[in-house]
Design a protein around this ligand. Structure first.
Ligand SMILES: NC(=O)C1=CN([C@@H]2O[C@H](COP(=O)(O)OP(=O)(O)OC[C@H]3O[C@@H](n4cnc5c(N)ncnc54)[C@H](OP(=O)(O)O)[C@@H]3O)[C@@H](O)[C@H]2O)C=CC1
Ligand SMILES: CC(C)(CO)C(=O)C(=O)O
Length: 326
């Protein structure tokens, strides 16, 4: 089984290192100093249990790697559309594309079997670049739970978690989902195949939609913003608006908003990825995490006043920092 990880930074690097350690036929697409370091010195993974260095096949040119059984996309959401043409050499007749990107996935309305079937989302797939360039039938959904960071070129630090939930858009337990799940489990990762991947996407999204922009706007960590009465209320209202949208789309939440916020508080003094991006001058995933939910509000005719307000604030914050909408 040939697996290519496209965008092997923090999450892709973690997954790639685990797969390579387990002897899988895995290659990585990366770029710049991180690629150079991985090529020269191997990929170093720092985990609580210790440090390992693996030799990896890595390139910035997909044509070097050829057609794959699975392409696992672990780019930041805003990077994907422009990269679709460069991924084409990896795609053969039976290639599965696994979308390991936070936020509302571009394929959301594929095989929903409902009225909105085939609806495309401009915030996450402008111009339908992914829908047309990959084709939604190739897609296997994925919810990424681990936290990791590239702490220097060629070095990935794993922080916590090892679950990558997988799920077919139509909910089936397909051969391709089960085969990938086995390969990930053989690498020591958790990779359950879920019948309702969209339910899981929304529970994760609840946090990213609200905690991420609030933390970037207030420079506060999860424990603080989830317990401060004012910001907690803003997060809660955003989540309730999102819940109304998701339930109109048939999603069932296994927990309520208060439990989700408590879960955020329990994570502790974590600086969300959006706050880290802002501080480190990296483009922010505002469209995928917040704008996409506003777009779904329009699609489902659901008012989203709190989401709209927070989106305006974080969008302007991103623009003034030169990290959004440039
Ligand atoms: N990190 C985390 O803890 C978590 C991340 N996620 C989600 O996972 C996804 C990936 O995040 P993360 O791993 O943090 O992101 P990273 O930025 O660490 O990884 C993406 C990598 O792709 C590289 N890249 C971008 N464009 C190209 C290109 N054209 N060709 C080759 N390489 C390219 C980037 O290089 P460069 O740096 O030069 O841009 C970077 O190394 C996001 O959607 C994120 O929200 C989800 C859960 C936790
Ligand atoms: C906020 C959190 C922990 C999810 O709730 C996250 O995924 C992030 O920092 O991007």
């Amino acid at each position: 089984m040939k697996i290519c990880i496209f965008g092997a930074g923090a999450i892709g690097g973690y997954m790639g290192a685990k797969l390579a350690q387990a002897g899988a036929d895995v290659s990585l697409v990366a770029r710049g100093p991180h690629l150079k370091a991985m090529r020269e010195n191997g990929l170093r993974l720092i985990e609580e249990s210790g440090e390992t260095t693996v030799n990896v096949t890595a390139s910035d040119n997909a044509a070097d790697l050829g057609p794959q059984d699975y392409v696992i996309v672990t780019l930041k959401a805003h990077s994907v559309p422009a990269v679709v043409p460069h991924m084409q050499p990896l795609i053969g007749e039976d290639t599965t594309i696994v979308s390991g990107v936070n936020g509302v996935p571009w394929w959301y309305f594929h095989k929903t079997g409902e009225d909105l079937e085939g609806t495309r989302l401009e915030t996450v797939d402008p111009g339908g670049a992914q829908w047309d360039g990959f084709g939604p039938d190739r897609v296997l959904g994925c919810v990424v739970y681990p936290a990791a960071e590239v702490i220097e070129p060629g070095v990935v630090k794993h922080i916590e978690g090892n679950r990558f939930s997988l799920g077919e858009p139509d909910g089936s337990k397909s051969e391709r989902a089960v085969a990938l799940s086995k390969a990930l489990m053989a690498a020591g990762l958790k990779a359950p195949v879920r019948p309702k991947i969209r339910d899981e996407i929304w529970v994760k999204l609840w946090g990213n939609l609200s905690f991420n922009p609030i933390s970037a706007l207030t420079h506060s960590t999860l424990d603080v913003l989830c317990t401060d009465p004012g910001t907690r209320e803003v997060a809660r209202n955003m989540m309730l608006e999102a819940q109304t949208i998701a339930e109109k789309l048939g999603v069932k939440f296994p927990i309520d908003v208060d439990r989700r916020i408590q879960g955020g508080a329990d994570v502790g003094a974590h600086r969300t990825s959006m706050l880290q991006d802002l501080d480190q001058g990296r483009p922010m995933e505002i469209d995928a995490l917040v704008g996409s939910v506003k777009e779904l509000g329009r699609v489902t005719q659901t008012p989203t006043p709190t989401i709209d307000t927070v989106l305006s604030l974080i969008a302007l914050r991103g623009k003034t920092a030169g990290l959004y909408g440039t």
